[in-house]
Design a protein around this ligand. Structure first.
Ligand code: GLU
Length: 329
């Protein structure tokens, strides 16, 4: 596919330094649940990258997720290809090599920035002063942090946490605008290595984004609070340049909740198995992305040509029974 020159829409001037290749990643978790909401994020990420000449890395995030079933990685890749997406590097599979994550842990532990923690969730919840509501994680109370010293990192089947100091983390999201978050208050010392003997999502993402030269992160805005945590971690590891974030509003069900099983089967495989074409799926995704008012079948190329971040909805969109009926018509 021919690559037009990128537009200067990146708020991070460090990305304009000589030798920096603007790079993004498609980072699916192969949980077998690639649904219409995930697909919309991937298609927008891909279209932005192809419009702006970013390199695209495909990275399979198979650590720190529910058990990955055999065939799930191949199926995820197959679905992205079915939609008409392509990439320039990968797939890389996180579980293939844990060395970079272990090295990052050694670096943090040896500088007294990370510590092992055996406390259970119940113990943490009991110690937290405010009850936790909803599905967000209980912030880790500062009072539970032991004296942290420089130490060797050992993967002995316990969680390790990052010692998070107070302070606001400010950054400009390319879609959501200026952000200022305080991870110490919102989450406290968060887990970066898990007792399942693998890196936690936050660590894996930060290490991989740096190793793969990722300058552009495009994903759902449920991960906006994670961006601040990832910046804290990236600073603790002295990684640079920091990426630019573009967090996209989500697709929700008619009840306003994040798209999930309760809204019926919205997995791409469900529609593909019923003979729905990728053009029809893309048409629905296009109507959710400011490309057209009503769903109309289109190719990935047509989506790319018509998409603009300027007309992307700034609020969540709703998956309706009519959408489902349109796909299956
Ligand atoms: N693998 C994550 C997901 O599928 C995406 C993580 C990220 O983009 O940082 O939700």
């Amino acid at each position: 596919m021919d690559r037009p020159p990128r537009t200067p829409a990146d708020p991070n001037p460090a990305h304009d330094a000589p030798g920096v290749i603007h790079t993004t990643r498609l980072a699916p978790s192969p949980t077998g649940a690639l649904h219409l909401g995930n697909a919309r994020t991937f298609v927008v990420n891909w279209a932005l990258a192809r419009q702006r000449g970013w390199k695209i890395v495909l990275r399979i995030e198979d650590l720190d997720t529910p058990r990955v079933k055999p065939g799930a990685i191949a199926e995820t890749i197959d679905l992205l290809t079915w939609l008409g997406l392509d990439w320039d590097q990968g797939p890389t599979i996180q579980s293939d090599d844990l060395t970079p994550y272990t090295q990052a842990m050694r670096s943090l532990a040896s500088r007294g920035l990370a510590y092992p923690c055996e406390l259970t969730r119940t113990q943490i919840e009991q110690a937290a002063s405010a009850p936790n509501e909803g599905d967000t994680e209980t912030p880790f109370p500062r009072s539970l942090r032991p004296p942290v010293q420089a130490q060797d990192f050992e993967d002995t089947g316990t969680n390790w946490r990052l010692a998070v100091e107070q302070g606001r983390v400010a950054f400009t999201d390319a879609l959501a605008g200026p952000q200022s978050l305080d991870p110490a208050r919102e989450i406290g010392d968060f887990v970066i290595w898990t007792k399942r003997r693998c890196p936690a999502y936050q660590l894996a993402v930060v290490v991989d984004d740096d190793a793969q030269g990722v300058t552009q992160i495009v994903r759902g805005d449920d991960l906006l609070p994670s961006a601040a945590r990832q910046l804290v971690l990236s600073r603790a590891l002295n990684l640079a340049p920091e990426p630019t974030y573009t967090h996209l509003p989500l697709v929700r069900g008619s009840d306003g909740r994040r798209l999930a099983k309760r809204h019926g089967d919205t997995r791409l495989t469900h529609y593909r198995d019923r003979g729905v074409t990728p053009q029809r799926v893309l048409g629905l995704l296009a109507s959710w992305s400011g490309v057209c008012e009503k769903p109309e079948p289109m190719t990935a190329r047509a989506f790319l040509d018509a998409f603009s971040l300027d007309t992307m909805p700034r609020t969540d969109v709703t998956f309706t029974p009519e959408n489902d009926a349109w796909l299956l018509a």
